[in-house]
Design a protein around this ligand. Structure first.
Ligand SMILES: [Zn+2]
Length: 307
């Protein structure tokens, strides 16, 4: 009850009525994260990921989805190290040579965990939001690190037809955790004179949630049958049913999972990726770029400065 009442509190104290909110988030600020070597033969996405790490790194795995997931963590660690001079930063690799870098907010991972509504404490909750506090209690953006890892891993699974539906379910679970992270940061800001600049967090969460929900929608429609798992639908239904979180997201992000359609995030995604580049051409040749341009854009981060 405490959790829900806080989310509703964040909603209740919102300065503007829901319907009139105008400043939906801009696209996140992307940072170039170029390849360190040329890699091919692993498929589009795993080659993309693998090319960001030096040969012989420790994150490789026999399973392509696990390989992508763990190597994403390796890249994210390097992004953090590269920006360490900016203080307490975290960063995530979102494919196609683009990273997103954030300042850590002054909240704890346990604060985020307490904010996740009970109904949305998924299969990943105990391990990542409870046990991992021993390592990441003061780096709550760890939630985004896992969110990106499960998303990149799921894209590899979709592309290669790997039966790892739990990866996409967990990307959905982390979507709810990321919303809860935003709500926790918003509560902090309301109590501390808005001292944490949450624009990058907000913009990234809106953009990345749109990607994950679109991926889920594609799988739900049967386009990637190996990645299907019943738990995805059950968790998505619980996300739609969670009143406090949906009200918070509608206010904070400008849209919510309840009522979400693939077009909900279309406008923002459509603009930045006019310059599709060679990767899109390759996907198109292989028949994997069905549908309108904006759908592909959800998988392809916009180039920096193109928003
Ligand atoms: Zn992980």
């Amino acid at each position: 009850m405490k959790t829900l009442s806080f989310l509703l509190l964040a909603f209740v104290v919102a300065p503007a009525p829901l319907a009139s909110r105008a400043d939906s988030p801009a696209a996140p600020q992307f940072t170039d994260w170029p390849a360190v070597r040329s890699v091919s033969g692993l498929g589009v996405w795993l080659s993309d990921i693998e090319s960001r790490m030096p040969a012989g790194h420790i994150y490789r795995d026999a399973d392509a989805v696990t390989w992508a997931h763990e190597t994403t963590h390796g890249i994210n660690s390097r992004i953090r190290q590269a920006h360490a001079s900016r203080g307490r930063v975290n960063g995530v690799y979102v494919l196609q040579g683009q990273a997103v870098v954030f300042q850590e907010p002054p909240i704890r991972l346990s604060d985020v965990a307490a904010t996740v509504p009970a109904a949305l404490r998924g299969e990943t909750f105990q391990l990542y939001l409870v046990q991992q506090r021993q390592y990441w209690e003061n780096e709550p953006l760890y939630v985004l690190d896992e969110w990106a890892a499960y998303t990149n891993g799921s894209l590899v699974g979709m592309e290669r037809g790997v039966a790892r539906g739990e990866s996409l379910q967990f990307a959905l679970e982390f979507t709810a955790y990321a919303f809860s992270l935003c709500a926790t940061v918003e509560r902090y800001n309301q109590q501390h004179g808005r001292s944490y600049d949450d624009r990058q967090l907000k913009a990234f969460t809106a953009w990345h949630a749109g990607r994950v929900l679109w991926m889920y929608d594609q799988v739900r429609q049967g386009r990637y049958p190996a990645m299907r798992r019943a738990g995805q639908d059950q968790y998505f239904a619980r996300m739609q049913a969670e009143d406090g979180l949906n009200r918070f997201c509608a206010w904070y992000l400008g849209w919510a999972v309840r009522g979400w359609k693939p077009t909900s995030t279309m406008t923002q995604e459509d603009r930045p990726c006019r310059a599709g580049g060679k990767l899109l051409e390759r996907l198109r040749e292989r028949g994997e770029a069905r549908g309108a341009r904006w759908r592909r854009c959800l998988l392809h981060p916009p180039r920096r400065g193109s928003r």
